[in-house]
Design a binder for this molecule. Structure first.
Ligand code: 13P
Ligand code: ZN
Length: 270
């Protein structure tokens, strides 16, 4: 059995969490990540039958029964993950129709998975249904996206169009747009179900006055998705209070879509 600390999935998780912290997206224990792992991948490093503890999840996720995830721990600081991955991260085996998480590794201080596990697992199920290669759900608190939810309409169409107008690359990176949820109580099954519903039509879901969720095939892609949206929000926050003399028109956005053979979210361009 190989040392899990050398596993590419673990190394990549630690690097990503550290990078997110360095971008200022994950103050204190803010943010959480879950990465879907294959059983063969896990079995190279862990005895999948050796369960450390069973932790009830408080919800059902039948579509994910039997699946393995590397997840961040609740209350854990992203800045510390690099110094003690085994304390701050855990590998769980979802069982009992999603009602139980069998801990196979990590959370060495007796800790548990993120309080946002409902939003993560329900979003994994929603994304896997439309995109079978999806492996990552990532949540964080980037300042400019968060700031934007105080001063911009929260309608998903107008929020997306504004972000698309902020940098030419945006419509290429997230042609499916950004869905926006109004403020809701975090850590609940309700916000989990609402997020998963929004994940059916977009890989980015903003939680007003809280943060953002991203979904993708791997950690790099998901990080890049959030990075691009946050960059656009940063530009918006720099110019929102100034008179605009120019913008990227809907016609220009349509030209980009044609040139790069993308299908922008139906109904989001005028
Ligand atoms: P956890 O520490 O439970 O992951 O919560 C952080 C967070 O961002 C809540 O939305
Ligand atoms: Zn949060």
């Amino acid at each position: 059995m190989q040392d899990i600390l050398t596993a590419p999935f673990l190394v990549e998780m630690v690097r990503t969490a550290t990078n997110m912290y360095n971008h200022g997206w994950d103050e204190r224990n803010g943010g959480n990540i879950s990465l879907l792992l294959g059983e063969e991948e896990v079995a190279e490093y862990l005895d999948v039958g050796a369960v450390i503890r069973e932790i009830p999840t408080g919800f059902e996720a039948p579509a994910l029964d039997g699946k393995y995830f590397l997840v961040t721990g609740t209350g854990k600081y992203f800045k510390n993950i690099q110094y003690d991955p085994a304390r701050n991260l855990g590998v769980i085996h979802v069982s009992d129709g999603g009602r139980t998480a069998r801990l196979l590794w990590g959370f060495t201080d007796g800790g548990s998975f993120t309080s946002e596990l409902p939003a993560h697992l329900m979003s994994h199920a929603a994304r896997l249904a439309v995109s079978p290669g999806n492996r990552v759900i990532m949540h964080c608190h980037p300042s400019n996206l968060l700031a934007m939810t105080y001063i911009h309409d929260l309608d998903s169409c107008s929020f997306t169009r504004t972000l698309w107008q902020m940098c030419t690359e945006c419509i290429m990176v997230f042609p499916d747009g950004v869905n926006v949820l109004p403020w809701m109580l975090c850590g609940t099954n309700e916000i989990g179900a609402a997020t998963a519903k929004q994940m059916e039509s977009a890989r980015l879901v903003v939680w007003a006055q809280h943060g953002i969720y991203g979904a993708g095939a791997d950690l790099d892609e998901t990080f890049g998705l959030i990075e691009t949206a946050e960059k656009a929000a940063e530009i918006y926050m720099k110019i929102a209070h100034l008179p605009w003399k120019n913008t990227i028109t809907d016609d220009a956005l349509r030209q980009l879509a044609r040139r790069f053979q993308l299908t922008p979210r139906e109904g989001f361009l005028e």
